[in-house]
Design a protein. Structure first.
Length: 155
């Protein structure tokens, strides 16, 4: 404690019972001792980027990101059609997906009413960039009008 703290304590000692305590406790040092959960084991809103071009896909999942990414890229291991617009893009164009550089968790969320709204918000965000090729099939359907206000260009 510094001299200012002691002076303040002396001024207040007739009115309050003043005590000092350390800010660094053992509990605070151990508060974040949980094992980190791998991002691929979480759920929410995500972005997949094509490694070959600037195509991207915004999606949401209640299950883990890892499971959903495997579904997007499953056509590589089986002779079947793509399971999403992103996988169809990779298949049609002969492009590749690199998990290390092509996946980004945008919002970590559990199942709930916020998930579809966050997905729509992110789709609108990436649509505003002319450099992006957004391959989502449902680009602005069922979007709350309040989101449109967020992306309007001021005149």
């Amino acid at each position: 404690m510094g001299p200012t703290s002691h002076r303040l304590a002396n001024l207040l000692k007739n009115y309050f019972k003043v005590s000092f305590r350390t800010a660094n406790t053992l509990g605070m040092a151990l508060i974040n001792n949980k094992d980190k959960i791998d991002i691929l084991n979480k759920s929410g809103v995500y972005q997949l980027n094509c490694a070959t071009c600037s195509a991207l896909y915004i999606g949401r999942t209640f299950r883990s990101f890892g499971i959903r990414i495997r579904e997007h890229t499953k056509f590589r291991n089986h002779l079947s059609t793509g399971f999403s617009q992103f996988s169809q893009h990779l298949l049609d164009e002969g492009h590749i997906f690199d998990l290390q550089t092509g996946f980004k968790a945008l919002h970590i969320l559990n199942k709930g009413p916020l998930l579809p709204h966050m997905e729509h918000l992110e789709i609108m965000r990436v649509q505003n960039d002319i450099n992006n090729i957004v391959v989502n099939s449902q680009l602005t359907s069922d979007v709350s009008p309040i989101f449109a206000v967020l992306f309007e260009n001021p005149s």
